[in-house]
Design a binder for this molecule. Sequence first.
Ligand code: GRG
Length: 300
Amino acid sequence: MTTNPPDFQRWTAAQQTRIEAQLQALLPSAELAPQRLHAAMRYAVLGGGKRVRPLLAFAAGEISAADPARVAIAGAAVEMIHAYSLVHDDLPCMDDDVLRRGKPTCHVEYDEATALLVGDALQSLAFQLLAEYRLADDPAVQLEMVKLLAAASGSRGMAGGQAIDLAATGKTLTLPELEFMHIHKTGAIIRAATLLGVRCGSVLDKKEFERLDHFAKCIGLAFQVVDDVLDTEASTATLGKTAGKDAQHNKPTYVSVLGVAESKKLAGELRADALAALDVFGARALRLRELADFIVLRKF
Ligand code: GRG
């Protein structure tokens, strides 16, 4: 495995700047009532995070020649869902954490009730955006996009995965059970980001769409395998969130089930599987290939 080339780093920085500006513009101003809620929403979303999900949307959009202005809206909607999940996950009733993206968590900086509302309002805003802006030429495709993000966020997606995660604390899971949990908790939104990005452009044929879907599923799971390894190997300062929490909370993870070496091997296998799925796209999938490497090789 090689590290990502400078050209990819420039592309990433440009997309991150673009999504930051888009989020800035789409989030309600902190001057607008209710000011405290809006300030807390901006606190939770702006100025932090790797923006992996919008990056995947932009990269997938390159496959279907999507208008980046459309992808930026779709990517912002997904990032709002992701930010909401982090705010709620950090609450005392869930993971009870004080540090996120290198700063105090939302409920620490504001209060628990505000953090709860931040998550609620971000989720609503995400769907408002998907309904308000023209993101696909065919309205039926746009409706599919709304359905895709809703399914990925709900009880058969991220929220369901989180429920399984909470119930699994202190228990031993088999590898298939662990995989099921992570495909839902983390993988569903990563998959949705990729598919929403491509849906902003020309319609792929069935085979192409299935290959991209396979890529998205593999890379979503790889993301979580790497996340589990980083939780044991990286420092709190590097991660910008409390390291070592999985073991501390006695949570089943890839590391607890497989060990570090086997987890790294699995991440490599998932990366290879993801990359093979992109063969059909040739040069159009350059950024997706590079992102797959970034997700598997990242140190934070
Ligand atoms: C509360 C409904 C609800 C769901 C929470 C996604 C999730 C479910 C919780 C987040 C906690 C967590 C550590 C999940 C594992 C992987 C993950 C999503 C890590 C954070 O994503 P990054 O690394 O974060 O992309 P940044 O800050 O870079 O955006």
